[in-house]
Design a protein. Structure first.
Lengths: 460, 460
């Protein structure tokens, strides 16, 4: 419970209508995609950067903790007010596309803009914003930057950090800072934007984002390749890329997930479909698209591909993508609760990583269907358990821990795109040495000495 | 002068043969490309990361300042031991290409590897490392990372930071840290690699670099476009890019520089050649190369281009590039000393920026020939003065300061690729607010509380 005097002070800053502590608001701002709940003590809707600055300065002075929040669509609890205090909700007012600079091909947006709204807006202007997290329909760009969101197109086009040219942000003491410029190159001063990206709202509150845009590629096709086994498919992934293929997306679905799709969606696939690779290629000229398709097809065939389909028009492309887009809901045939992690390994180790992950599943008696962004080595591992069975839940978490250890031992990472937040905080010691953790703590302290910004996240 | 007991301690760490304090070494390690000189008290050649760790820990304990150094080819004094102490010279031992991982398309190198050595090595394997600073023949990758070096190919392929996947580094207290992974995606923990890039050796000593490689594009052509005026050429730059062109390089040479080239090199150019754009396009298929050439040509013609030449083979390409490669030495026809700055502005403001820069030159009576990386908005501004005339030198520096103010007012940056170092440190207040400078100081303190690493650089 926050003292009433604090609420009064907040109302003085942002107006009576933009501060709430009623039960309805507390519930509405208590959850995210992890389905874990923590109620805040109050929700504040800042109207602009100046509001953010004043609120932070006040909270810093009075040791009130703050959790910045976009759409609350994160998978690791980054937007959960785990220690109560204030939720700073950016989606109500700070949701404007401020400028599309056609001449310099960039967009300036507020953090509450929904990813897909920007994508649609710039595509109408012949431009292209590539980062497309699965949450693109509802996640905000502020959240995307804070978690360094990836997506399907990362194989060719990279992730959110590759598009952030500049940020404006507010430090916990209320200081407004600019980081980066509306220029392609800028090496003056520390790369503050670089450290704010993926910092999960623990260092500063982002108030404005300048994003690089690309010309929209003119031609594209989709492909689906069928492999007899996951091993074949995973070998095909890194070998085709090393052979010079540069697909926009290269998604995979493993044997268990393929089986679940057949069962749940009735999708017709070849008898021997043990694994699928699905993706897009694009280019400015049709010959580049043809080159990409040919490079993929040749390399896939050398690695046991039994069928290679190419979709020419929108309808065919949607059919090819149907399986991938719906796989997440299908795997529930293996268990009522999905313990879903987004580990990432060097691409050449995908075959071995999957073999070992299945072994861990077998040891505990769980099905572990996997799918995801094979083109960049980022796979979604789903340990399927009976959610009503305490023993299974506990074993499931043990399996996850073993998977994390395996991945780190292979030179991989706990998270390719979801972040650490609360859910993966207990595993930070697997991934980082005590010296590395100390450096994180030192960085946190430099930005936020009173630890008011999103405390408890990332193990900090 | 360092106390002899310190030298003894260093020799115990790295061996007698790797610590020097004789005059010859002090002179050899006193300079960089700024032609400013500061002698250190000793030069140490660490053999490996362990040596670096022990030396740093010792210096941290005894408050001995350290300047890490690669090739000493920087333009802003980043590698100069401005406060004496130790130069930590990485080029002698820590100069190995540790691994080329063909399957994951990445290189792991020590900081003392020369940029061009890596480029050549990976090109023989069909791969491609794009960042190509003008110093590529001698600058080291550790220096490239520390300054976030750019180059000609940045227009299409980006700069050093776009290729750094992971770093190993040593903090001033001797702690060895890893930042990033051998994976495309990694969002676990703070983006420490992101803040080490461009930190000019002030936060940690980089001991290992993992760099992303690309498949080598199969086809390329070079172009040269002649414009009647700088204004035409600068308009053509941003308009062609907004029209969808994606050239590898788009370099410009202004009227004064063109005149100097004609005079000094006797290069034949059309009578009305007021400004040139020179560059490369590439692709996996010839049609993509043709598409790029056509897009450029159409857009250039709409902006007054009077001649457009395309070079097909290596010999023709070298001819086209001859003017650009030699322009730097030609502009000395306008003055014995060149005050050379590498400002960067949003590309659409290039025409206006150049107009204003020439006005500043006129005001002081100096020729200011400009050339550089127009495709990314990064231009090399050369205020030409008589180096033996104190008044001219002093006025020249005033002109530079006015140019910096102009650029910052236009949303640009003091440095597109050379860094701040010592030379631009006096101008940090033009570019950054006191809150931003405070944040830089806080970051510095978090990494290096005793201020032993490269003190005085970046105004810190």
């Amino acid at each position: 419970m926050l003292d009433k005097k604090y609420l009064k002070a907040f109302k003085k800053i942002v107006g009576d209508d933009n501060v709430y502590d009623d039960k309805a608001h507390m519930i509405a701002y208590s959850y995210d995609a992890t389905r874990t709940r923590y109620e805040p003590d109050a929700v504040i809707f800042p109207r602009d950067e100046d509001d953010v600055s004043k609120i932070l300065a006040y909270c810093n002075e009075h040791a009130i903790v703050i959790t910045p929040r976009g759409a609350g669509s994160g998978f690791t609890g980054g937007a959960l007010p785990a220690n109560g205090g204030i939720v700073l909700a950016m989606e109500k007012y700070m949701n404007k596309i401020i400028e599309i600079d056609l001449q310099n091909m960039l967009a300036i947006v507020q953090p509450g803009v929904i990813n897909m709204d920007l994508q649609k807006h710039v595509e109408e202007l012949g431009l292209f914003y590539p980062p497309d997290p699965a949450s693109e329909q509802y996640s905000t760009l502020g959240g995307n930057v804070s978690e360094n969101a990836g997506g399907m197109r990362a194989a060719k086009y990279g992730i959110t950090k590759d598009y952030v040219m500049a940020l404006r942000a507010v430090r916990p003491n209320g200081d407004i800072i600019r980081a980066g410029k509306r220029t392609i190159k800028d090496v003056a001063g520390y790369n503050v934007a670089g450290i704010l990206i993926a910092s999960e709202g623990t260092l500063a509150v982002i108030t404005e984002i300048t994003l690089k845009l690309l010309p929209k590629p003119q031609f594209a096709k989709s492909y689906m390749a069928v492999f007899p086994s996951v091993d074949n498919a995973m070998n095909a992934v890194f070998k085709s890329l090393a052979a010079g293929a540069n697909p926009v997306a290269m998604e995979f679905i493993d044997s268990l997930a393929v089986k679940a799709i057949k069962e749940k969606l009735g999708v017709e696939l070849p008898e021997d479909a043990g694994a699928l690779l699905i993706g897009d290629v694009d280019g400015n000229v049709t010959e580049e698209v043809a080159f990409q398709i040919e490079t993929l097809q040749n390399s896939f065939k050398e690695n046991g591909c039994s069928a290679f389909l190419v979709a020419e028009d929108t309808k065919e492309r949607e059919e090819i993508w149907y399986a991938r887009r719906n796989v997440s809901q299908c795997v529930t045939v293996y268990g009522s609760k999905k313990l879903n992690e987004d580990i990432s390994v060097p691409r050449s180790l995908l075959p071995e990583a999957l073999k070992e992950i299945y072994k861990i599943g077998e040891k505990y008696g769980f099905s572990v269907p996997c799918f995801g962004h094979a083109g960049d080595g980022n796979i979604h591992v789903n340990v399927m358990v009976d959610g009503s069975d305490e023993k299974q839940l506990s074993d499931g978490h043990k399996a996850i821990e073993e998977i994390f250890q395996l991945v780190v031992d292979m030179g991989g990472t706990l998270s390719g795109e979801h972040g650490i937040g609360l859910s993966k905080a207990p595993f930070m010691d697997i991934a980082f040495s005590k010296e590395e953790s100390q450096l994180f703590a030192d960085i946190k302290k430099a930005f936020d000495p009173n630890n008011i910004l999103n405390p408890g996240k990332m193990g900090l």
